[in-house]
Design a protein around this ligand. Structure first.
Ligand code: ZN
Length: 421
């Protein structure tokens, strides 16, 4: 799948510290990637309401991780997907009378524009669900052959080759290790987030769909012995991550509403496909709210990046508004949040406009330390604020101004925080 243009990442003096992140499975701070290579998978969009602030906050958060790794000198490989066929997309297309492929194409294009404007590093491997179908078919067949998946007859089935295929979670003794939830919470989340706990014929209510047999009026692809159909969501990500990064990889990321069932299930699938390995670390971002509610497609209370841009808001201010909040916490989008970010951007731009300024070394070190400490963007912003305040104050004697220091700050803010000033 086509990505978007990569932002320029300026060179900085010295190098960054090892990035530590909070593993949401254990709550521990862990080194995000050991060794010279670093591999990241972030779940992509389902293209029907791109790109709201919740999406943007997630992709900016993992963009910081990539930038931190690059600053450490690591060789980075990043994979992501687009769920360009799934129930919510088909439902939206039906409800609005639009062809589902046109809807997906329009929303993916918008998403690319938003990511470009926000300066987000594009994935090295960017695969759509539709593109992944032959690989998913092979993976599902392998799970069936291994006895880790089984067929469930469609309620309206008229013959062979019309079965749905489900994963048998009892084949995976480590199931539950990602989200670590009790049975009642798992069942509730599974039902709320696209699962079908009440589907008749399943061995266990949480067993997730791997392959959905073709239905009238729905797109379908050749599934070989599985029969025509389309992939389930979790197996799609497991296969794209495996094929794009190899297993195990370092970090799987996404919004915290993906912890269960999506990441639990996709990790379980990956384990069974690769004899015991998925992502080493799971990292999850908080939810962005509006007017006291979680911003979500189902509630329809979305602030779209494209709409803000169309209103003339600088995308770098949108990025700064996101970075003013730690990725892991929930936060609220308000007029004040964006107004503060616009003012901060202006202040920083003024402060770096001169040739000489206060020494930059300590500020650069503090930005790096903040990133290394669980991607603490608000702390990094405070460090730049302090430098910009001093620079603009006129309190630094002329003989203490360092030539080129504003340029170092501008490059650091660009390279590490992705904010072009
Ligand atoms: Zn995913």
């Amino acid at each position: 799948m086509l990505t978007w243009p990569a932002p320029q990442i300026p060179q900085l003096p010295g190098e960054g510290r090892p990035i530590r992140v909070r593993d949401s499975s254990t709550g521990d701070l862990v080194t995000a990637a050991e060794g010279p290579d670093a591999r990241l998978y972030v779940c992509g969009i389902t293209p029907y309401d791109a790109t709201h602030l919740g999406h943007a906050a997630t992709y900016v958060a993992f963009d910081l991780l990539l930038r931190g790794w690059i600053d450490e000198g690591k060789t980075v490989r990043y994979a992501s997907n687009v769920t360009d066929v799934d129930d919510p997309l088909l439902e939206r297309a039906r409800a609005t009378g639009v062809d589902w492929q046109d809807l997906a194409a329009d929303q993916i294009a918008l998403y690319r524009e938003d990511m470009t404007a926000l300066g987000v590093i594009p994935p090295d491997v960017y695969t759509g669900a539709v593109e992944s179908v032959p690989d998913v078919v092979r993976a599902v067949q392998a799970l069936v052959d291994a006895g880790a998946a089984y067929r469930v007859g469609r309620p309206d089935s008229t013959g062979a080759g019309e079965d749905d295929v489900y994963a048998d979670l009892s084949a995976d003794p480590s199931f539950g290790a990602v989200a670590r939830l009790d049975a009642a919470t798992m069942r509730a989340f599974f039902g709320e987030r696209g699962g079908d706990p009440d589907r008749a014929g399943k061995r266990h209510e949480l067993d997730p769909l791997l392959w959905r047999a073709a239905r009238d009026g729905e797109p379908a692809w050749d599934g070989g012995d599985l029969g025509p159909g389309r992939p389930g969501w979790h197996i799609e990500c497991a296969v794209i991550a495996r094929d794009g990064l190899g297993l195990p990889f370092d970090v799987q990321g996404g919004g915290n509403d993906l912890r269960f069932p999506h990441h639990e299930m996709s990790t379980s699938h990956a384990r069974l496909l690769d004899d015991g390995h998925g992502a080493r670390t799971h990292v999850h971002t908080g939810m962005v709210g509006l007017d006291g509610e979680k911003m979500s497609k189902s509630l329809g209370n979305l602030v779209l990046v494209s709409r803000l841009r169309a209103q003339g808001v600088d995308a770098m201010a949108v990025r700064l508004a996101i970075l003013a909040h730690h990725y892991a916490g929930d936060w609220e989008w308000t007029d004040t949040v964006i107004a503060d970010a616009v003012a901060r951007l202006e202040h920083w731009r003024d402060a770096v406009s001169g040739n000489g300024g206060p020494a930059a070394d300590d500020t650069l070190a503090e930005i790096r330390a903040a990133l290394a400490d669980d991607l603490d963007a608000p702390r990094a912003l405070r460090a730049v604020d302090a430098w910009a305040d001093l620079s603009s104050s006129g309190r630094v004697p002329d003989d203490e101004l360092v030539e080129g220091a504003p340029g170092v700050i501008a490059r650091a803010v660009n390279a590490l925080l992705g904010v072009r000033i």
